[in-house]
Design a protein around this ligand. Structure first.
Ligand SMILES: Cc1cc2nc3c(=O)[nH]c(=O)nc-3n(C[C@H](O)[C@H](O)[C@H](O)COP(=O)(O)OP(=O)(O)OC[C@H]3O[C@@H](n4cnc5c(N)ncnc54)[C@H](O)[C@@H]3O)c2cc1C
Length: 361
């Protein structure tokens, strides 16, 4: 079976990995670079039960458990660790005062109203780019191949997938998986697919002089003008601290290489982080970045066979939980591809049929 996976973000890489475990060496076609987009710039935060009550609940719980198994198998390749997770408030309108209470998060000395949201049973964290690369490398060790190029068309013949056009060249395939994150919307030109949008967000990576405990922090931040923001701050196993926050309505550029970074937004994130902890004041900023997360109309992932087109599948729309849900998505898509006529219960409510099809004029 000749399978092409379009996009080498965390979703495409996870699908390649689980296909390889079933003896199928897929061709992964990537335009810009492995984990060059959201999959390399996300927080890498994982929570087992934060999707309760949503259509992705079973996928999230299954994925969280697969993450545990994967980390046990890959060792410390991508800094996976369990974390304690907190919510807290910060304000630019209040005088900074040391927070009483000390442990368990004494280093967050600029915050107030600290609450624990999760512990090491239910929350974890990993380095997103290294995780994506690890899955893809493992897939390639077992027969998958990475092909650098831009997908320009999916070709069908008599209702079946027959080829993909990549940089003007035809590559014959029997199965295709659209996993181009927010750029999956391009595939709606060739196949009956629902709309996928991209929401831009900024993040920075800080390097403090001494490592901080294994914590994730979800903030309610009030700025000088009284506006509120919801930045997130995650300490990593390598000692760095990831901070993300502001979103932006800027349109998705055609190429991931053209995503622009707003220095002002990144400076604001660094200021906010310095307000959280005196241990982050003076930390060097080692990355300033921006990326787009893929979102469907109902904010749930889009995973399953594409209607009316034999051999075509989609896996995108993972919104703010793509790192969490990548293993379950990879597992489910591999199952759908290799077991014809099967259904995978944890993704059966996430298929394209639930949403209207986008039509290009
Ligand atoms: C600021 C921020 C923080 C986040 N934090 C978390 C978190 O803590 N935990 C969590 O679980 N999730 C988080 N997410 C969400 C997560 O990052 C995304 O859901 C996930 O990375 C999406 O992965 P993807 O593989 O679908 O898409 P992408 O990472 O966007 O990958 C798509 C790939 O397709 C390629 N491509 C595009 N067009 C073409 C083409 N024509 N031909 C070939 N290749 C093409 C691109 O180059 C890219 O490599 C966060 C997202 C953002 C924006």
């Amino acid at each position: 079976m000749r399978v092409a996976i379009l996009g080498a973000g965390v979703i495409g890489s996870a699908i390649a990995y689980y296909l390889a475990l079933r003896g199928i060496g897929a061709l992964i076609i990537e335009r810009t670079g492995v984990a060059c987009a959201a999959s390399g710039k996300s927080g890498g935060f994982l929570a087992r039960d934060w999707c309760r009550g949503q259509a992705q609940e079973a996928l999230a719980e299954f994925s969280f458990d697969l993450h545990t198994d994967l980390a046990a198998g890959f060792g410390d390749a991508y800094g996976y660790r369990r974390v304690d997770t907190f919510a807290a408030a910060t304000s630019e309108r209040r005088a900074r005062a040391p927070r009483a209470g000390g442990a368990p998060a004494a280093w967050m000395d600029g915050t107030y109203a600290l609450q624990q949201l999760g512990d090491t049973n239910s929350t974890a964290q990993l380095h997103p780019a290294r995780f994506t690369e690890t899955l893809l490398d493992a897939a390639c060790d077992q027969g998958a191949r990475l092909h650098k190029g831009t997908v320009e068309e999916i070709v069908t013949q008599a209702g079946k997938v027959s080829a993909v056009m990549v940089d003007g060249k035809r590559i014959a395939v029997d199965r295709v998986v659209v996993a181009m994150g927010p750029w999956s919307v391009l595939a709606a030109q060739w196949l009956p697919l629902p709309a996928v949008y991209g929401l831009k967000g900024y993040s920075i990576v800080l390097r403090p002089t001494a490592p901080l405990p294994a914590h994730a922090l979800f903030l309610d931040h009030e700025d000088e003008a009284g506006e509120t923001h919801a930045p997130e701050l995650i300490t990593r196993a390598d000692g760095d601290v990831y901070v993300c926050g502001f979103s932006d309505t800027a349109a998705l550029p055609l190429s991931p290489a053209d995503v622009s970074v707003d220095d002002q937004a990144c400076d604001r994130l660094a200021e906010m982080a310095a307000g959280v902890s005196s241990r982050l004041q003076g930390a060097s900023v080692v990355a300033r970045q921006a990326c787009y997360r893929p979102i469907c109309e109902d904010a749930m992932p889009l995973i399953g066979a594409i209607p009316d087109t034999e051999g075509a599948y989609v896996a995108t729309g993972h919104n703010c939980w793509g790192m969490l849900n990548a293993p379950g998505t990879g597992y489910a898509v591999a199952e759908l591809i290799t077991q014809a006529d099967t259904t995978v219960p944890m993704v059966s409510a996430l298929g394209p049929a639930r949403l209207g099809t986008l039509r290009f004029a």
